[in-house]
Design a protein around this ligand. Structure first.
Ligand code: HEM
Length: 396
């Protein structure tokens, strides 16, 4: 049922989890919406708005007053299960918890972590190079962010295989685990570490964050769980998806591979531009007040979906937005890949460093690589769109 306040010309049949053609091209599937009005009502998934033009995406994303983050996603029930901190908080409470997380992830810690990220990447690349081929998603993109996360929270190496399956379910769920099951498995795994860090803080990420007081008091155990869960769920599939898009771009553009191999100084700017060009995250908000925008009213209680792809790839946001141009001026950052406003990604510095290290290490240690023409690239939709298979080949 379409609510009475939604004009008929705004109604679309668009399932964000499965837009038409997404298996072949996530970006093209979404961009079909750019031809219509700036705000549309999707009848899929219980009915919700989708911001479908760059200026509308950005304006609504910045409106933390009238659009709450509590709901987490248009998927019914997901928000109640996850209860992420700080992602699902609003107002002063959000600010207090976010501040503690930001302090724990300050740039000096990101810089200090870089050698470890280099080591993790090199080890994997050394194993892959002699094979001459790989499924980049399963064999690199999904492995590195998980290992980095475990390094961040100081989990011993021998424990890592236990979290590998969970990591795969987080990045490529095969339906064998419910959201509740997944959340429980993550909590069960993380809990002993959280408890230990709360009792005897070390110098790992969890310890740093949990020893920052929030609103003048210590974190409760429940809050600690919800925050650690947010970091685990927030920093795996997003980074894996970004690695995948970057690798796919380079496999399809040998001229950019060559450019970056010959000019490694361009890599930080290339990372920024590739992150702008390949935005995969969309977020949900629930309106806590009426919002007039684009000639329609978002009513209090409505859900709104904000896809970063429709901001970054709108020609009104960036000139020739589909083109990858390493010389593009992206300062100050105007893209929404990492969000915008009160909830902008707290892991943005870490994610950028991970992409830069990946580009440096992969391009300096792998020969020229291409897509394997005998196997397809596969993509999926969802709150984090991603490649599910990227068959790469190179001369071993
Ligand atoms: C390329 C990789 C990444 C992308 C594309 C990404 C994207 C985003 C986006 C779009 C938001 C805003 C959410 C909203 O407005 O509702 C966000 C928030 C967040 N991200 Fe990331 N993220 C990435 C990596 C990471 C990493 C590595 C971590 C931590 C290990 C992380 C942790 C978080 C957290 C905790 C928040 C919530 C911030 C808040 O609510 O104040 N993310 N991310």
């Amino acid at each position: 049922m379409v609510p009475a306040h939604v004009p008929a010309d705004r109604v679309v049949d668009f399932d964000l989890f499965n837009p038409p053609g997404v298996e072949d091209d996530f970006f093209a599937a979404w961009k079909a919406l750019l031809d219509g009005p700036g705000l549309v009502w999707s009848t899929a998934n219980g009915g919700h708005w989708i911001a479908a033009r760059g200026d509308v995406v950005r304006e609504l994303w910045g409106d933390a007053e009238r659009l709450s983050s509590e709901c987490l996603a248009v998927t019914p029930g997901l928000g109640e299960v996850m209860q992420f901190i700080p992602l699902q908080q609003d107002g002063a409470e959000h600010k207090a918890f976010r501040m503690a997380v930001m302090k724990g992830m300050a740039s000096r810690f990101v810089v200090a972590l870089e050698p470890k990220v280099v080591e993790i990447s090199r080890e994997l690349i050394d194993g892959l190079r002699p094979k001459g081929h790989c499924d980049f998603v399963a064999e690199f993109a999904e492995v590195v962010p998980l290992n980095i996360f475990l390094t961040l929270i100081d989990v011993p190496l021998e424990d890592r295989p236990r979290l590998r399956e969970l990591g795969v379910q987080l990045t490529r769920p095969d339906g064998s685990m419910t959201v509740e099951g997944l959340m429980q498995a993550a909590d069960d795994y993380l809990w002993p570490f959280i408890q230990k860090r709360m009792a005897e803080p070390g110098d790992d990420l969890f310890s740093r964050i949990l020893s920052e007081p929030v609103m003048g008091r210590a974190w409760t155990e429940d809050e600690a769980r919800r925050m650690c869960r947010n970091l685990l769920f927030g920093g795996l599939d997003t980074v894996a998806a970004m690695f995948g898009m970057v690798a796919l771009h380079l496999a399809r553009h040998p001229e950019d591979q060559r450019l970056l191999r010959e000019n490694p100084d361009l890599i930080p700017a290339a990372a920024d531009e590739l992150m702008r060009r390949y935005p995969t995250v969309g977020v949900s908000r629930n309106a806590v007040a009426d919002v007039e925008i684009d000639g329609v009213t978002i009513r209090k209680g409505d859900l709104v979906y904000l896809p970063s792809v429709l901001h970054n790839l709108d020609p009104a946001s960036f000139d020739a937005p589909d083109a990858v141009n390493f010389g593009r001026d992206l300062t100050p950052i105007r893209h929404t890949t990492m969000g915008v406003g009160a909830h902008r990604c707290v892991g943005a510095g870490l994610a950028r460093m991970e992409v830069i290290v990946f580009l440096r290490e992969w391009l300096s240690q792998m020969p020229k690589f291409t897509l394997d023409p005998s196997q397809p690239v596969r993509m999926k939709g969802g709150n984090v769109g991603a490649c599910t298979a990227i068959p790469l080949v190179w001369d071993a």
